[in-house]
Design a protein around this ligand. Structure first.
Ligand code: ZN
Length: 288
C-alpha cells in the first residue's frame, strides 16, 4: 500500500533535492494530484501516470522510484513528467476503507460516504479500482466511451464509466494537464499481469510507429506485448491515441499469479526492469 500521505512525503523529499513539483488539480475530496518534472524545461516531454486505479497504489511507488532514479540521468531531448497517483481518494480508500473520510468535516461528502459504505458491503475496499464516487477513472475518458466490453452503468468498485465522459475532477485534471504539456507520448502504469498495450484503432502508419516503440520498450520489460485493444475503451491511453494522435502505452506490472490486494513485496521483482522505461520512451518518441 502506498497512500497520498506517503506520496506527499516522497514528493517533498524530491523537491528538497531540487526536483520541480506541482499539482495538476484536485480530487473529489479536495486532495492534490501531484506531478513532478525532471529534465530540461521547454523541450519535448513525455508523461508517466500511475495509480488511476485505487487498488494499484504500488504503481505510484514504482513511478516515484523512477523519478528518484532518473533525476540524475542524462535524458535524450527534453524531460519527463510524472503523475504518480491520479486517484488519491481511491488509493486512500483502498488502504483505509471509510477512514479515507477522516479529517474531513463530518457533514461534508454525505453522498460519497453513503455510497462507498454501501458499495463496500459487497467488495472489500482493498479491491476497489474506482474513485470515491464509484467511477472507474480509466473508463471515463472520451475515447470510445461506453463501448468497452466490461463497462457498467452504475457506480461500483470497478468498470463504471460515469454519467458522461470527463465527469470526474481527476480525469478533467489529467486531460487539462496533458493538453497543456502536449507530450510526445504517454505511459500509464497498472497492475497486474506483466503486459504492454499500445493499440487503440490508430491508422496503419501510426500503428507501425507505435508498435515499433512498444517493441523497444518491451525489450527492457520482457512482458507480453499485446497487439489488440482487448475490447477496452475510455482509458487515458485510448484518449491519448484517439484524441491527441500520440503514441500511448499501458504497462501492467506484477506477476498475474499474485492475488489482489497486492502486497508491498509484490512490486520488488518488477522494479529494476522498469526504472529506465520513461527515459527509453522519451528517446524513442523523440526519434519517431
Ligand atoms: Zn489498472
Amino acid at each position: 500500500m502506498y497512500t497520498p500521505d506517503m506520496l506527499k512525503r516522497d514528493c517533498d523529499a524530491l523537491r528538497a533535492a531540487g526536483v520541480r513539483t506541482t499539482s495538476i488539480g484536485r480530487s473529489v475530496l479536495g486532495r492534490d494530484i501531484p506531478a513532478l518534472f525532471i529534465g530540461r524545461e521547454g523541450g519535448a516531454s513525455v508523461i508517466v501516470t500511475a495509480a488511476i486505479h485505487a487498488r494499484e497504489s504500488l504503481t505510484a511507488r514504482l513511478v516515484m522510484r523512477q523519478a528518484e532514479h532518473l533525476r540524475r540521468s542524462k535524458l535524450f531531448g527534453g524531460g519527463i513528467w510524472f503523475v504518480p497517483m491520479v486517484n488519491p481518494d481511491g488509493c486512500l480508500f483502498a488502504a483505509r476503507g471509510m477512514g479515507a473520510f477522516d479529517g474531513l468535516p463530518p457533514t461534508a461528502f454525505a453522498r460519497e460516504r453513503a455510497l462507498m459504505s454501501a458499495l463496500s458491503i459487497d467488495t472489500p475496499p482493498a479491491l476497489f479500482k474506482s474513485n470515491i464516487r464509484g467511477v472507474d477513472l480509466n473508463v471515463n475518458f472520451a475515447a470510445g466511451w461506453g463501448r468497452g466490453a466490461r463497462n457498467v452503468r452504475a457506480a461500483g468498485a470497478e468498470n463504471y464509466i460515469g454519467p458522461h465522459p470527463f465527469s470526474e475532477p481527476e480525469t478533467r485534471a489529467l486531460r487539462a494537464f496533458t493538453q497543456a504539456v502536449a507530450p510526445l507520448a504517454t505511459l500509464s502504469y497498472h497492475a497486474k499481469g506483466r503486459e504492454l498495450y499500445w493499440y487503440f484503432g490508430q491508422d496503419p502508419a501510426a500503428a507501425a510507429r507505435d508498435r515499433r516503440i512498444a517493441h523497444t520498450l518491451n525489450k527492457r520489460l520482457g512482458y507480453r506485448l499485446v497487439d489488440g485493444d482487448m475490447a477496452s475503451a475510455g482509458g487515458y491511453k485510448d484518449w491519448c491515441i484517439a484524441a491527441l494522435k500520440i503514441p500511448a502505452f499501458t504497462v501492467e506490472i506484477i506477476d498475474d499469479a499474485r492475488p489482489h490486494p497486492l502486497r508491498d513485496g509484490d512490486l520488488k521483482p518488477d522494479i529494476a526492469r522498469n526504472l529506465e522505461l520513461p527515459r527509453i520512451l522519451l528517446r524513442e518518441a523523440t526519434r519517431a
